[in-house]
Design a protein around this ligand. Structure first.
Ligand code: NAP
Length: 339
């Protein structure tokens, strides 16, 4: 993975399973909040699957497009774009119809002190969207943050684990699910709630955060000593493929992450070895962490394509060669839910 072009093109390589699943979901695909960390690659992946499978569908990306050049870049890939502020009811109402909707809008960082805005983004926007697209299938990005911290030996929270979100961001994520569920019960809307824990790309994510700390000789806080992560391309595939798993009556809940409970201490040692240095640690591993068990989605849609070892190799190489980064740390170490 030598540069952004190679990375982007890899992230946009659809599996045959994705093409088959999208074939079974008739109608266009509309991606809301497509301008963030994951949306552009998800939109390109969907478009590549549509083209490769000769599917009769449009892929439409909706966002404010505050990142320079992104709108043009997506258009060049053949993705249609609509600039809209989803906080505005009239703009939501004016969006094009689509049988398949991927909901990726969310707000996390900057919650503390502006809690009202996070709640508007994570519950008011869902209400406008769920009302507008009550007749569509909707795959809703949620977060593993809706769960309580669980023992690190537990294998992670399962879908049946009662939610116990810590802090207002996590509470608003549960609010997002509840609002969508309300519309699903009210109008029979078919949906799936994808509780994601840490997608990673080479430009951001838990592995990038840790590799950077090791490379620059900064100590790693061990208090959140265990995490889950998943390659962004695999998370995007799951999200698109989960359209065919949508159900009415509140929808289906699926955890979405990799199969491992990953040790932060172990990752520190692995990256240190790659960079020919020694890792610095501070604190001790807590007995409880935010961990998800994604066995159900693996059973439904197969294991992720990219194993952890590959993600580590690519990340170490990317950081060593000074590859571009988004500069968006995950703050996965946060234990009080304050973002
Ligand atoms: N990445 C992860 O590891 C992770 C983990 C757990 C959960 N999730 C959830 O998964 C979803 C996708 O993740 P992500 O990392 O791609 O999120 P993200 O980087 O926050 O992207 C969301 C995008 O939505 C767009 N948006 C924000 N406000 C908008 C508005 N008022 N109207 C229209 N568009 C708006 C923004 O792009 P514009 O500036 O172009 O509008 C923003 O970049 C999010 O809901 C996130 O909460 C992600």
């Amino acid at each position: 993975m030598r540069n952004v072009e190679e990375l982007e093109s890899y992230l946009a390589s659809p599996s045959q399973a994705l093409i088959a699943d999208l074939r079974s979901c008739s109608g266009d695909i509309l991606i809301l909040g497509a301008g963030g960390k994951m949306g552009p690659s998800l939109a390109k992946l969907a478009k590549a699957a549509v083209d490769e499978g000769r599917l009769n569908k449009k892929v439409i990306a909706v966002s404010r497009f505050s990142t320079d050049g992104l709108r043009q870049e997506l258009e060049q890939w053949g993705v249609e774009t609509v600039a809209a502020d989803l906080l505005d009811k009239d703009q939501v109402e004016a969006l094009p119809d689509a049988a398949n909707v991927i909901f990726m809008v969310g707000h996390k960082f900057g919650t503390t002190g502006r809690e009202y805005f996070t709640w508007a983004m994570n519950t008011h926007v869902p209400s406008l969207v769920a009302s507008r697209y009550r007749g569509s299938r909707i795959a809703v990005f949620s977060s593993g943050n809706v769960y309580p911290f669980v023992p690190v030996y537990s294998g992670g929270a399962v879908e049946e684990t009662p939610p116990e979100p810590v802090g207002e961001y996590a509470q608003s994520c549960l609010g997002r699910e509840r609002i969508f569920q309300y519309y699903s019960h009210q109008f029979g809307t078919e949906m799936v709630h994808l509780r994601l824990n840490y997608a990673i790309d080479l430009r951001y994510g838990v592995l990038v955060d840790l590799a950077n700390q090791v490379k620059h000789g900064r100590p790693i806080d061990l208090s959140t000593g265990h995490v889950n992560c998943i390659w962004q391309g695999d998370a995007n595939e799951y999200a698109l493929r989960s359209l065919r798993l949508c159900l009415p009556q509140g929808g289906r809940v699926l955890n979405m992450t990799g199969p491992e409970t990953v040790s932060i201490r172990w990752l520190g040692h692995v990256f240190a070895e790659r960079f020919g240095t020694e890792p610095l640690f501070e604190g001790e591993e807590s007995a409880h962490c935010l961990l998800n068990n994604a066995a159900k989605i693996h059973q439904e849609l197969g294991y992720p394509k990219i194993p952890l070892g590959q993600m580590i190799d690519w990340t170490a190489q990317w950081i060593a060669q000074g590859g571009p980064l988004l500069g968006k740390p995950t703050h996965f170490q946060e234990r009080k839910g304050q973002f």
